[in-house]
Unconditional design. Structure first.
Lengths: 224, 247
């Protein structure tokens, strides 16, 4: 099988598994919505204030939701032995790891992007800012899945893995948060968001090139 | 003399003895530099005309901040050495350095707050340097938490080494993103107000204190490495012999 075929087969498997357990996908999505709705309750309903912080709040909620779903990336495959079989296949680990990360993004990143505009409207973001919010999430959420995969692979099978993953991964998410929320902010204030989006894009390319290798090293450490 | 066998000291058993001999030297150097630096900084250095005596905290703050960043890089170097050559001692050095680095990061944040209150009028501002130092503190915590969560020492070593390397690649990205975020959000409201080029005596005092922090960090890391070696090698023959000789 060619490399692309392998990725495709893996993607189909992951998506099918996700479809069979729709609850997991929806839980993350509702978590995202709930976290974002908590902020107005906490800081008050002043529309001006909410418009100012809307982009940042949606981004922080997306960060937390992406982190929450990391546990699933390798855990069930590790528990039933699929992961070891994958490691034993002649396919280079980087190939199927990229496939798994892509699947994780499709299952837990894309739904967030689809719901984000609704949350943005709740915070009173302008139309232009909503478009930028979607674009920034489109560029940023894959990075969350990529970097998160390192944390997920390192904490495989550890006690308290969920909390540990947040401690490992959240500091590394900070640049994505800054440029993502900054893009929305730029659109709101009229400063323009091209610079932020370009930086997000370059982070995505960098993460796409480097993280699969780090994940494969991390999996080798965790499985042996 | 020109053929010291360095590989000899990559074995924990021989390194244990070597570290034991070196530690008193580094501790005394640290004490010596510390006394000299404090004398230069607290007695000889003149009072600043803008910040009065509050500035004197830089003699602790700046060395701690320098060392906190430097130790993370050194830690990542040990981690890379360990992953590349599979030497147990490198991993032990990396995990021995982390608590000292985290402690110095905390000291620099703490003393920064103490300096900020009288000078800026606030304990904390979301300045680029403060924020990235805080994130560095989180990175240290993550490294230590990961190692603490793994029972198998071999896996703990390698997992910690990997996250240290990932962290060190990310540090410049985090630093620049925080800097740009800061300048976009609130302008340069707080800068170090370049005190018209620091008086030479202040600079010398700071450098001497930095040397003291450096010597202290080496000594602390070595003694922690010794404890780690003893803990890991407790079932080996040389430890048993040593304990027997001491009893």
């Amino acid at each position: 099988m060619s490399t692309l075929q392998i990725v495709f087969v893996l993607l189909r498997r992951e998506l099918m598994l996700a479809m069979r357990r729709r609850g997991d996908v929806l839980t993350v999505l509702f978590f995202f919505v709930i976290v974002a709705s908590l902020f107005p309750l906490g800081v008050g309903p002043d529309p001006k204030l909410l418009r100012l912080m809307g982009g940042g709040v949606v981004w922080v909620a997306a960060l937390l939701a992406a982190m929450l779903s990391l546990g699933r990336m390798f855990a069930s495959d590790y528990a039933d032995g699929t992961l070891e079989q994958l490691v034993l296949t002649p396919t280079p680990p980087v190939v199927w790891i990229t496939g798994k990360i892509l699947a994780h993004w499709l299952v837990s990143g894309v739904p967030l992007i689809l719901v984000a505009p609704v949350l943005g409207v709740q915070f009173g973001l302008s139309n232009e800012a909503l478009v930028v919010l979607v674009f920034s999430l489109l560029l940023g959420t894959p990075v969350l899945s990529l970097i998160g995969a390192i944390g997920a692979a390192l904490t495989l099978g550890l006690r308290g893995g969920g909390v540990l993953v947040s401690l490992l991964v959240l500091p590394l998410y900070i640049p994505v948060l800054i440029f993502g929320a900054g893009a929305v902010d730029g659109a709101m204030s009229g400063l323009g968001s091209e610079a932020h989006l370009s930086l997000l894009g370059s982070i995505l390319i960098l993460a796409f090139m480097l993280t699969p290798w780090a994940v494969s090293a991390a999996l080798r450490i965790s499985i042996e | 003399m020109n053929s010291i066998n360095w590989y000899k000291y990559s074995s924990p058993a021989t390194f244990y003895g070597l570290a034991g001999k070196l530690i008193p030297w580094f501790y005394s150097a640290a004490a010596l530099f510390c006394v000299a630096g404090l004398y230069l900084g607290l007695v000889l250095a003149p009072t600043d005309f803008q910040q009065s005596d509050a500035y004197r905290i830089i003699f602790i703050h700046v060395p701690a901040a320098w060392m906190s960043m430097f130790i993370y890089v050194v830690m990542a170097c040990w981690a890379a050495l360990g992953l590349a050559f599979n030497t147990r001692l490198s991993f032990m050095m990396a995990s021995a350095l982390a608590p000292t680095g985290a402690m110095l990061t905390f000291v620099s944040l703490w003393t920064g707050a103490l300096w900020g209150k009288p000078t800026w009028g606030a304990w904390w501002v979301w300045d680029a340097r403060l924020t990235s130092e805080l994130i560095l503190f989180f990175l240290y915590l993550g490294f230590m938490a990961l190692q603490a969560a793994i029972d198998d020492p071999r896996r703990a070593d390698r997992a910690g080494a990997l996250i240290a390397l990932v962290g060190v690649v990310n540090v410049p990205i985090i630093y620049f993103s925080v800097r740009w975020w800061n300048t976009l959000h609130q302008g340069a409201s707080v800068s170090m107000t370049k005190a018209p080029s620091m008086a030479a005596i202040m600079l010398v005092g700071m450098l001497v204190m930095a040397l003291a922090a450096w010597m202290y960090a080496i000594a602390a890391a070595l003694s922690r490495a010794r404890s780690i070696i003893l803990e890991r090698e407790k079932n080996s023959q040389w430890v048993a012999q040593m304990v027997e000789a001491e009893v």
